[in-house]
Design a protein around this ligand. Structure first.
Ligand SMILES: [Zn+2]
Length: 301
């Protein structure tokens, strides 16, 4: 076995083993994996689908005759993953940076494998796209995968309030509406938190790790609640703010459920349950408004 073969085998093993680790995260519904796919609106099928593709890619990479196809597939998958980590999730969060390094390592290993197999890939492309320029075919495949990635990302900021007739970004009059009326207008998961004081699972919401600039509104009525500059990074798994937009944008109530003494935070306009407030926040207020992602709507600046 010469050095070139040794290097190729090492790259195959590195790419496949790390990819098996990341697909294991997807199949076991690792919280950060779930959070990412919830954020791009593709949970759970997108997560499982990508997991299956990673499984196929890692098997193809390990079989010498199909390494080139596996490397092409994993390069595409990992460039998508890197894009999401760099744009919507950020890379500085503890567990997140591990996933980012995984994706980067597999990406680099696959890219080097592609270089080793470049002649074979070109011949393959020539056979597939007879008569056409193989380079343009490769460019086409890359453009398609980039387009599908950015398409999925647009879903991040897309909000659907067409069904909710009680939602308004201009009306500020207090809303006193029966629960039956709320039920007709809210999605079941929003109703559960707003009217039944439910709580979403930590690290599963859309906004716990959201960093774009803009305004967070009440998902039930449209009332502006928090601004991105009042949000801070907390490791609790829910969006955390240290101050509301104005003193009247939220209301407070004592909450003694589950044997705990907590202060509940509600929407100042419609009384929807939003979350709780704690005294362990950062300066200047030292408060932590721990809010469910499901009950907030983000409006980009
Ligand atoms: Zn509200």
């Amino acid at each position: 076995m010469n050095i070139k073969n040794l290097v190729i085998w090492a790259l195959r093993l590195v790419a496949a083993i790390i990819m098996i680790q990341t697909l294991y995260f997807k199949f076991t519904a690792h919280p950060q994996s779930v959070a990412l796919f919830t954020q791009i609106g593709l949970e759970p099928y997108g997560r499982i689908g990508i997991g299956v593709m990673e499984l196929i890619a890692s098997i193809l990479i390990l079989i010498p005759r199909t390494t080139s196809i596996g490397a092409l597939l994993s390069t595409g998958l990992m460039s998508g993953a890197l894009m999401f980590h760099l744009t919507s999730l950020g890379i500085e969060v503890d567990g997140d940076s591990v996933l980012f390094i995984y994706a980067l390592t597999v990406f680099v290993a696959s890219l080097i494998l592609i270089l080793f197999y470049f002649k074979q890939i070109l011949t393959m492309a020539q056979l597939l796209f007879k008569g056409k320029n193989p380079f343009s075919a490769l460019m086409l495949i890359m453009a398609l995968s980039l387009a599908s990635c950015s398409n999925a990302q647009n879903k991040t900021t897309m909000t659907n309030n067409s069904k909710n007739k009680l939602y308004s970004t201009t009306d500020t009059t207090p809303l006193k509406v029966s629960n039956d009326e709320w039920k007709k207008n809210l999605d079941p998961e929003v109703y559960n938190i707003a009217r039944e004081k439910g709580t979403e699972r930590a690290f599963t919401g859309q906004y716990w790790n959201h960093k774009e600039l803009g305004t967070y509104r009440c998902k039930a009525c449209g009332n502006p609640l928090f601004k991105s500059d009042g949000k801070f990074e907390s490791s609790c798994g829910w969006p955390s703010f240290f101050e509301p937009i104005s003193p009247t944008s939220v209301k407070y109530a004592e909450d003694k459920t589950y044997g705990m003494e907590r202060v509940e935070v509600m929407c100042g306009r419609c009384d929807a349950h939003l979350g709780h407030i704690f005294d362990d926040g950062p300066p200047p207020t030292y408060k932590r408004y721990c809010i469910n992602s499901v009950i907030i709507d983000f409006e980009k600046k």
